[in-house]
Design a binder for this molecule. Structure first.
Ligand code: HAM
Length: 410
C-alpha cells in the first residue's frame, strides 16, 4: 500500500518553510505592534458551537464540517473557522470582565471538506484576528489597516478591499422583507443554487456572486441592496468606518453585494481580494459580529475580526521574498581522531547561540566543503590533526595551532 497525504491536505517540506516562517514572524510582529495578543484554542469543539454561530444554512456547516462522534458519544467537529472558538473562550473565561476590547490573534489549522483547487484546501492555516468588546468603528478600520499593512510588508501587490455594511437587528428585517418580495418577482430568473441559498437564508443569494452564471449575476445586481436600507445608527457607523479608512489612506471598493458566507455578521463586512493563480481569490475576509457572543451565552458584546488563509498568502508572495536560511559555522573534520574535539567545539558554539553543522554522511574532505557551501555556511572550520583552519568566502584562510583557538576567533 502506498500512502499519500489525504486529499486537500499538503506537506510543507523543509525547503518550503522559509516563506512560511518569515510570513508568520511578520504577522506576529504586526499583531504585537497593534496590541493583539495570541490566543490558542482547541482544534475541535462541540459541533453545536459552529452550527449555532456560522449558521445551520451556511455551506460551512451544511457541507464542509469534519464532524465525528468521540468515544464518549459527543459530537465534535474540527474547527471550520476560528471566530466561534475565540468567542467561546471569551465567554467561558469571563474575558468580558477584562478591560475592553480584548484583542487576540492566532495562527493555526482550519478544516473544511470542500472540493480542493489551487488555493483551496481541506486543511489550511488561518491568521485570525479578533477585537471583542467594542462597537467603535475605529476598530473595524484598524483591522482593515492592519491587514493592508501586512500585505505591504509581504510585498504582495494587485489586491483590493471590498467593503459593505449589512445592517443590524434594527434595519435588516425590513430589508429582508423587501428582498423576499423582489426574489418572489424574479424567482424564475434565478438558478437552482441561488434558489437553494434563498431557502436557507435570503441574504445568501449574493454569496459568491462572481461565480454565478452571467445572467443570474446581472439580475441580482438589480436586487435591492442592504446598503440602501441601513438604519441611522448603522449608516453613521459605516460612515465613520469609511472616514477612518480615508484617514489611514486605505482605499476600498464599496461592494453592496458583499454579505459573506457565515451567518454571524452584522454591519461592517469586508474582503481582501487578489488576482492570483489566474483567478480572483479572497485573501482575507471578516466583519462585525455584534450578536455572536450573546448567542453563545455571553453578555451582549459587539465584536469584529477577520481571517486570512496562510497558504493563499504564501502563494501570492513575490519570488525571493524569503531567503533560504544560512548557518554560522560548518565543521569539516579531517579524520576520526579529531572528531570528538570538533563535536564538543560545535556544542559549545551552539550553546552560545550560534548555528553549527558538521558531516554525518562519511563525506570526503572535498565533499564536506561542498556540503558547507550548500548550507550557505558563513564560516568553515577545517579541523585537522595539527591545528585548524578558518575559511570565509572572499578572504584568505587563517591557520590556528589548535581547534579551540580557531573556534575562539569566530
Ligand atoms: P472566511 O471568509 O470563511 O472567514 O475565511 C477567511 C479566509 O480563509 C479566506 O479569505 C481565505 O483566505 C481562507 N480560506 C477559506 N477557505 C479556504 C480553503 N478551503 N483553503 C484555503 N484557504 C481558505 C472566516 O473564516 C471568518 N472566521 C473570518 C472572521 C474572523 N470573521 C470575523 N472574524
Amino acid at each position: 500500500m502506498k500512502f499519500e497525504a489525504p486529499r486537500g491536505t499538503q506537506d510543507v517540506l523543509p525547503v518550503q518553510q522559509p516563506p512560511w516562517e518569515k510570513l508568520i514572524r511578520t504577522a506576529e510582529e504586526l499583531c504585537a505592534a497593534y496590541g493583539y495578543r495570541r490566543i490558542t484554542t482547541p482544534v475541535f469543539e462541540d459541533t453545536e458551537l459552529f452550527a449555532r454561530t456560522s449558521g445551520e444554512g451556511s455551506d460551512v456547516v451544511q457541507k464542509e464540517m469534519y464532524t465525528f462522534t468521540d468515544r464518549g458519544d459527543r459530537s465534535l467537529s474540527l474547527r471550520p473557522e476560528g471566530t466561534a472558538s475565540v468567542a467561546r473562550a471569551y465567554v467561558e473565561h469571563g474575558l468580558y470582565r477584562e478591560p475592553q476590547p480584548v484583542k487576540t490573534f492566532f495562527i493555526g489549522p482550519i478544516y473544511r471538506y470542500a472540493a480542493p483547487q489551487r488555493g483551496k484546501f481541506r486543511e489550511f492555516w488561518q491568521l485570525n484576528v479578533e477585537a471583542m468588546g467594542s462597537d467603535d468603528p475605529a476598530i473595524d478600520a484598524e483591522l482593515i489597516q492592519l491587514y493592508s499593512e501586512l500585505l505591504r510588508r509581504l510585498e504582495i501587490e494587485r489586491w483590493w478591499v471590498e467593503l459593505n455594511s449589512i445592517g443590524d437587528r434594527n434595519c435588516r428585517p425590513q430589508y429582508l422583507q423587501q428582498l423576499e418580495a423582489w426574489l418572489d418577482e424574479h424567482e424564475h430568473e434565478l438558478d437552482e443554487d441561488t434558489r437553494a441559498k434563498r431557502r436557507t437564508s435570503p441574504l445568501r443569494v449574493f454569496d459568491n456572486l462572481a461565480q454565478k452564471p452571467e445572467p443570474v449575476q446581472r439580475v441580482l445586481e438589480s436586487a435591492p441592496k442592504i446598503g440602501e436600507s441601513l438604519c441611522a445608527e448603522c449608516q453613521a457607523h459605516f460612515d465613520a468606518v469609511r472616514r477612518y479608512l480615508d484617514a489611514y489612506g486605505v482605499e476600498y471598493r464599496l461592494t453592496p453585494t458583499l454579505v459573506r458566507g457565515l451567518d454571524y455578521y452584522t454591519r461592517t463586512t469586508f474582503e481582501f481580494m487578489a488576482e492570483a493563480l489566474g483567478a480572483t481569490l479572497s485573501l482575507a475576509g471578516g466583519g462585525r459580529y455584534d450578536y455572536l457572543i450573546e448567542e453563545i451565552g455571553g453578555p451582549p458584546t459587539p465584536a469584529v475580526g477577520f481571517a486570512s488563509g496562510i497558504e493563499r498568502l504564501v502563494l501570492s508572495l513575490p519570488g525571493g521574498w524569503a531567503e533560504d536560511p544560512s548557518i554560522d559555522v560548518f565543521f569539516v573534520v579531517e579524520d576520526e581522531e579529531v572528531r570528538p574535539e570538533a563535536l564538543a567545539a560545535m556544542a559549545e558554539l551552539r550553546r552560545a547561540g550560534r548555528s553549527a553543522e558538521t558531516d554525518y554522511a562519511g563525506r570526503s574532505q572535498k565533499g564536506q566543503l561542498t556540503q558547507a557551501g550548500r548550507l550557505r555556511s558563513d564560516a568553515i572550520v577545517i579541523a585537522g590533526r595539527n591545528g585548524a583552519t578558518v575559511r570565509r568566502s572572499g578572504q584568505h584562510d587563517v591557520e590556528f595551532p589548535s581547534l579551540a583557538e580557531a573556534v575562539k576567533s569566530l
